[in-house]
Design a protein around this ligand. Structure first.
Ligand SMILES: [Ca+2]
Ligand SMILES: [Ca+2]
Ligand SMILES: [Ca+2]
Ligand SMILES: [Ca+2]
Length: 466
């Protein structure tokens, strides 16, 4: 037979009827049953024991698995699933998988055919179930943007992993004034660990309200303090808002107050004032040696004093007087900011004339000069201030004559006293007349003036005569 084996029949065999009826048993040892008929329709069967001798291992095709797995089981399952194996002989293939290493793991998938021929493929992957070790650093108390806070938190965070390779760091921010930045570090297998930072994210400057300050200050410090006090500021986030001031110029001065929140966001307001730390320049002139009133002395000293100032605006001059006969007048020039400078003058302020004591002179003098000399000599005087006192004498009339003695101090104050006398240097004019007398009983007679004088022709320049 062409198919092998032997066959015989007494009536001849129909070879076309030869066929395989069944095949039983395993892939290595199985039993085949054949049939064949003769031309008379008689059929018979035979069995064949077949032993397969297979020494060709399966053909294995490696697929693709992920770069990393969190467990050996997952990695091996993936390797098994990715691997195909076919064998030239029937029968199921036995598959096994084994793993060596972790971060650089090698997974071996082995397929074995029925005859025990093995074949393998290997996969390189990573098996990492350990998250990175993350170390928290320090970030600032405040940032003006979420991006800056994230960047700082990322930079402050360090991480190491049990396996080599780059770690991925990400940061997210929740909140603003009390923000929490979460930095998550992820290894190449997706294992992650996180740390958090508390900070503030504030990009809004304080809201500033400008007040008013005075027109003038005598120091930069005082002006800046006033400008700071006049400025109020509130911020969207809690915490102190700091205020600082800077000044340019003096007459006028510009003061800028800067308010800054705890994140460095700032807003400014500008004030204009005058800062004058320099007193006026006061120059003394000359005044008289003496004045007879306080007001006159003050007015003279003020008028004699010149003043100028470094800033525009009037300089006010005032004067005070101390003392009298040796008076000191202080003239003070004050600028618009209250800075002042003074000069002094020495003079006399004398408001009292000499004190005069009137004496006594004769009732009559033969000459005016004699009478005046007598009046001067009879008069004594003393002044309240030291210094020369001058005298003068005036007269009016003759019979009688009023002689006035005036004593003047050096300040124009004077006192006077008067004397009444007679100045008579002219003898009477007399005219006698004849007279006839009659003796009385004792032999005498009496003559009165009218008996002697011709009264109509008798006179004196001073009037009365005796
Ligand atoms: Ca890891
Ligand atoms: Ca703010
Ligand atoms: Ca000044
Ligand atoms: Ca006087």
């Amino acid at each position: 037979m062409t198919a092998g084996g032997d066959v015989s029949d007494n009536c001849g065999i129909n070879f076309a009827s030869f066929a395989l009826l069944s095949e039983t048993g395993g892939p290595v040892n199985h039993v085949r049953t054949y049939k064949i008929s003769d031309f008379g329709g008689q059929t018979t069967t035979c069995t064949q024991n077949v032993t397969v001798n297979d020494n060709v291992p399966p053909v294995m095709t490696a697929g693709t698995i992920a770069a990393c797995y969190n467990s050996v089981a997952a990695a091996e399952a993936a390797a098994l699933g990715a691997t195909t194996a076919v064998d030239g002989c029937p029968g199921s293939l036995g598959k096994s998988v084994s793993t060596s290493g972790t971060c650089s793991a090698i997974i071996t998938v082995t397929a074995t055919d029925v005859a025990g021929n093995p074949a393998s493929v290997t996969y390189n992957t990573r098996i990492d179930n350990t998250p990175p070790t993350v170390t928290q650093g320090t970030i600032a108390a405040c940032y003006t943007t979420a991006a800056a806070a994230q960047a700082a938190a990322l930079a402050a965070t360090t991480a190491t992993d049990n396996c080599p390779g780059a770690l991925t760091e990400t940061a997210v921010v929740a909140g603003t004034c009390s923000a929490v930045v979460t930095v998550t570090t992820t290894d190449q297998c997706g294992n992650s660990a996180a740390v958090t930072y508390n900070t503030r994210i504030d990009n809004a400057a304080p809201t500033v309200t400008q007040g008013t300050i005075a027109a003038c200050y005598t120091s930069v410090a005082a002006a800046e303090a006033a400008a700071i006090a006049a400025t109020t500021a509130v911020d969207g986030c809690p915490g102190m808002v700091t205020k600082t001031a800077s000044t340019t110029g003096s007459c006028p001065a510009t003061i800028i107050v800067t308010t800054t929140d705890q994140c460095g966001n700032s807003a400014q307001r500008t004030y204009t004032t005058t800062i004058d730390t320099t007193p006026p320049t006061v120059t003394a002139g000359s005044i008289a040696a003496c004045y007879n009133s306080v007001a006159a002395a003050q007015a003279a000293a003020i008028a004699a004093t010149t003043a100028s100032d470094n800033c525009t605006g009037a300089v006010t001059k005032t004067a005070t007087v101390a003392g009298t006969c040796s008076a000191v007048i202080t003239v003070t020039g004050t600028d618009a900011c209250g800075n002042s400078a003074s000069v002094t003058y020495n003079t006399r302020v004398d408001i009292a004339g000499p004190t005069i004591t009137t004496g006594t002179i004769a009732a009559c003098y033969p000459s005016l000069s004699a009478a005046q000399a007598a009046a001067l000599a009879a008069t004594t005087y003393i002044d309240n201030c030291p210094g020369a006192v001058t005298t003068s004498v005036t007269s009016t009339g003759a019979c009688p004559t009023t002689i006035t003695v005036t004593a003047s101090d050096g300040c124009g104050n004077s006192s006077s006293t008067s004397y009444v006398t007679r100045i008579d240097n002219t003898p009477p004019v007399i005219s006698c007349k004849n007279s006839t007398v009659t003796l009385n009983n004792v032999g005498t007679y009496t003559l009165v003036a009218a008996d002697v004088l011709n009264l109509g022709a008798t006179s004196d320049n001073c009037g009365a005569y005796t």
